[in-house]
Design a protein around this ligand. Structure first.
Ligand code: PEP
Ligand code: MG
Length: 845
């Protein structure tokens, strides 16, 4: 084996991050860059694994390079620094003899502080004693040291070990074992570490100054952790020398790093060392190709570099740093694109609860739409609208939302529901609107009588109380914690423009309203892949007209009512087309069961009776007659289009008239019309015949030729199976994976939330299939549908537009199937663009 268990870090030593860990490898790089790194020995993953099993390395060989009576630090070195590891232990080797020696140089207080700190960390982390028994005392003198030693002896029945070999062996063993603990394992696996990830350790010499010049330790970094902007940040604790000076500093003796009117800084106190640090920082950035945090000490006026690690950073800072490194030609653009985790972008698109804020949890649920918002509790859509009218932000809390709640959702700052999963109504609309949303908070209850919500621990919150919904974490919180604002800065836009250069699949947005479309445009979606038109009928006074239409006696009456809806729909489409000028908009014809537009309570029925001038009992009967046992499998989608063709006729006319209107304004728009819930070719034939006829009529009237395509939403298994026939009449097939998942599994997308977590916990499903596209089952149906569709029409345009559209798994799948585009909620467009680029780049290597 080329790598031994113990390796002295020299420029030429055989070392590898996958054998010794990232920290050890980075230290070797610093040594190669001629930085003054103290003597360091690296223990390989294998050596540490053996340690955990009780097989100690050769301690004489380990200690030999450090000479007589060394003081040592031990630090973890996992392969990826983000996977963590046990905390560092410093001053190993400190004992009574060293203490006596140190007092001569630095005085009793400073020497005692060093010894006490070592005993404290040894007692807690190595001997695993109760931390409450080992607080640092107020004063540092021989008596306080004796006190801590007594506590150690009392708890262990043994004297504090004095032999550096024994100390070091125990420190190494405890760190090796800590890595194998369950919590540590789970934490690193959550960060992507494999189950068998190894830990390396580095043992480094810690010289103590002789008080012959400046002594101290510190850290420095060259960019702001929160924003990523260039800025020198750090702290420097001037150990003993500075204690004698009359300078302002905090209780640890920390100086400012750069010149500061509030007190002494390292920059003024040690200008040469400060300049050296800046140049090392620059070398690190250029040669390690990263913004690093450098740990250093100054011993008797001489700088030592102890360590350099990738600087901790927020998602926003990560983007800015990656773009700056590429702009400075330190890394290629491809690498900048690869360095950013797509999921992290959502933090930049929305306000977030400040990660440093304290959280008082009301209830946890499913994180259905990211971002955070605070507001007063309201329990109905009407109250939400009233609250918005008063200019008071509110949080809509509902058992679940229904299409009737849409106006309330528009008015609310966030939504919290007790039922539903990631594709429930609240979740889909929340994501579409960019509204923070937590669904499926099943431990919460609502007492409508008293107007209160009751948390699982019994605490109650009344309507009007302020709460916060954190849709990123899936939590509802008491009160109004501090927030971080969204950050769509130049670096964000630049990174995504670079991503667009590399990706090879289109990204469109699912957008229903002009506001959605504007968001889609802001995020550079290439078009709208799904415009769900039914939401337009819940707006303003349209719901009333819609209800009249449902109650119409015959086709003529229905047409007369629809004629009133026509101009409204035309305006909707015109607004959408104007915003999306130059792009493609795919309009889906009406999809939901009509019953969703009818009131469900007595008061609503009474209003309706007045509106349609019918006796209440007749209204109640007609509403009941429209009820279905299985509405999701009933009279909806194209079935309505066939049974009540006037609705689709009106929509088609509105689309073509809107096209004619924008054409007159000189706006270029490409329009697609999509038929939902198709299961048979004949359905497409029938609808296509009528739509084409209306196009011809509007074209003849307006004297404008239309460029439009008609396509099919493949969301029933039968449509996938019969895709060859269907494609004969469809220019495009867009897979609606929400309904397709529902129907492939026979699993209601609105009810699955009730048992999904127990299914996933027991491994029945690896993941919630409404959340992560089921490649094995639903995916097979999609591949089969795509292949058959291509057989029927070789140039058929293929895409997916279900909620899965923005996920990595779905984008990966669609690229492999050579689909033309994916379509997802507007707020997921940036992450989808980045993911698509990363997948394309990953294939290049
Ligand atoms: C689908 O079923 O995947 C889809 C996009 O349509 P909806 O969610 O409106 O049913
Ligand atoms: Mg559908």
């Amino acid at each position: 084996m080329p790598y031994g268990p113990l390796t002295l870090i020299t420029p030429t030593a055989a070392m590898k991050a996958s054998v010794h860990g990232g920290r050890a490898k980075c230290l070797q790089r610093l040594v190669r860059l001629d930085m003054p790194v103290p003597l360091t020995v690296a223990l390989s993953f294998d050596a540490v694994h053996q340690l955990a099993l009780g097989n100690m390395p050769d301690m004489y060989a380990l200690l030999a390079p450090f000479g007589n009576a060394p003081l040592l630090s031990v630090r973890p070195s996992s392969q990826d620094p983000d996977w963590g590891g046990p905390g560092a232990i410093l001053n190993v080797g400190m004992n009574d003899d060293r203490y006596a020696e140190l007092i001569n140089y630095v005085g009793e207080a400073a020497a005692t502080r060093v010894y006490l700190r070592f005993v404290q960390s040894y007692a807690i982390h190595v001997a695993r004693l109760d931390p409450d028994e080992f607080h640092l005392p107020e004063t540092f003198d021989a008596a306080s040291l004796r006190g801590m030693m007594d506590a150690y002896e009392f708890e262990t029945d043994a004297l504090f070990p004095q032999d550096p070999k024994v100390q070091l062996a125990e420190v190494l063993r405890s760190m090796a074992r800590a890595w194998d603990g369950t919590t540590a394992r789970l934490l690193r696996q959550a960060k992507g570490a494999p189950a068998d990830a190894g830990l390396g350790l580095v043992v480094q010499a810690m010289a103590t100054g002789r008080n012959e010049g400046e002594c101290g330790q510190g850290m420095i970094q060259f960019a702001d952790s929160l924003t990523g902007t260039p800025r020198i940040v750090g702290r420097y604790v001037s150990a003993w020398h500075a204690e004698s000076q009359d300078v302002r500093r905090d209780k640890d003796g920390a100086l400012f790093i750069t010149k500061d009117p509030r007190g002494l800084s390292l920059e003024e106190h040690c200008p040469e060392i400060f300049a050296q640090l800046l140049s090392y920082g620059d070398v690190c950035r250029q040669r390690l190709r990263e913004e690093m945090e450098i740990k250093f000490t100054i011993q008797d006026g001489t700088l030592k570099i102890l360590d350099a690690v990738r600087m901790q950073r927020s998602s926003r800072a990560a983007v800015r740093i990656a773009v700056a490194l590429a702009d400075d030609k330190i890394i290629p653009r491809e690498e900048a694109v690869m360095r950013i985790e797509p999921a992290a972008l959502s933090e930049l698109l929305h306000r977030q609860v400040d990660p440093r804020a304290k959280r008082d949890l009301i209830v946890s649920g499913i994180a259905a739409s990211p971002g955070a918002a605070s507001g007063r509790i309201v329990l109905s859509a009407q109250e939400a609208q009233a609250s918005a009218a008063r200019g008071e932000p509110c949080i809509l809390v509902r058992r679940e939302t229904t299409p009737e709640d849409i106006r309330g959702m528009h008015a609310a700052s966030a939504v919290l529901t007790m039922r539903g999963g990631v594709t429930s109504h609240a979740a889909v609309i929340g994501r579409g609107l960019g509204l923070p949303c937590v669904v499926g908070a099943s431990d919460l209850s609502i007492d409508r009588k008293s107007g209160k919500i009751i948390a699982p621990n019994g605490r109650m919150y009344a309507a009007g109380d302020i709460i916060t919904v954190d849709g990123t974490a899936g939590q509802a919180l008491v009160g109004q914690p501090p927030m971080l604002e969204a950050a769509l800065d130049g670096a964000f836009k630049t990174l995504l423009e670079w991503a667009d250069e590399f990706r090879d699949i289109g990204v469109r947005a699912n957008a229903d309203t002009p506001a959605d479309a504007q968001t889609a445009r802001n995020f550079a979606a290439e078009g709208i892949g799904l415009c769900r038109t039914e939401h337009m009928f819940f707006e303003g006074d349209r719901l009333g007209v819609m209800r009249e239409m449902i109650f119409a006696e015959d086709g003529d009456d229905r047409r007369a009512v629809l004629d009133r809806l026509l101009p409204m729909q035309r305006e909707d489409f015109q607004a959408l087309f104007e915003i999306m000028a130059g792009k493609t908009v795919c309009v889906r014809l009406f999809d939901p069961p009509l019953h969703e537009f009818l009131p469900s309570d007595k008061a609503g029925m009474r209003d309706l009776a007045e509106q349609v001038a019918l006796p209440l009992n007749e209204v109640v009967e007609r509403v009941a007659a429209l009820e279905e046992y299985n509405p999701m499998l009933g009279m909806r989608g194209v079935r309505l289009g066939i049974a009540i063709p006037e609705i689709y006729d009106m929509q088609a006319r509105a689309i073509f008239e809107a096209m004619a209107a924008v054409h007159k304004k000189g706006i270029d728009i490409s329009v697609e019309i999509m038929i939902p819930l198709v299961s048979a070719m004949r359905e497409v034939e029938l609808v296509k015949g009528r739509v084409d006829a209306i196009a011809n009529a509007v074209s003849a009237h307006s004297k404008i030729g239309f460029d439009y395509r008609l396509g099919v939403m493949v969301e029933t298994p039968r449509a996938a199976l019969r895709a060859e026939d269907i494609a004969g009449h469809a220019a495009f097939l867009s897979f609606g994976t929400n309904d397709l998942t529902q129907m492939t599994y026979g699993l209601s997308r609105d009810d699955a939330g009730r048992f999904m977590s127990s299914y996933v916990q027991q491994g029945v499903y690896a993941e919630d299939p409404f959340h992560t596209l089921d490649i094995e089952g639903v995916g097979e149906l999609i591949s089969l549908g795509a292949a058959r569709g291509r057989k029927g029409r070789p140039d058929v345009v293929l895409s997916i537009c279900g909620e899965h559209g923005g996920s990595r798994a779905a984008i990966d799948f669609c690229r492999k199937q050579k689909f033309d585009y994916v379509s997802c909620s507007p707020f997921r467009v940036p992450a989808a663009r980045l993911t698509a680029a990363q997948l394309a780049l990953a294939e290049r290597v």
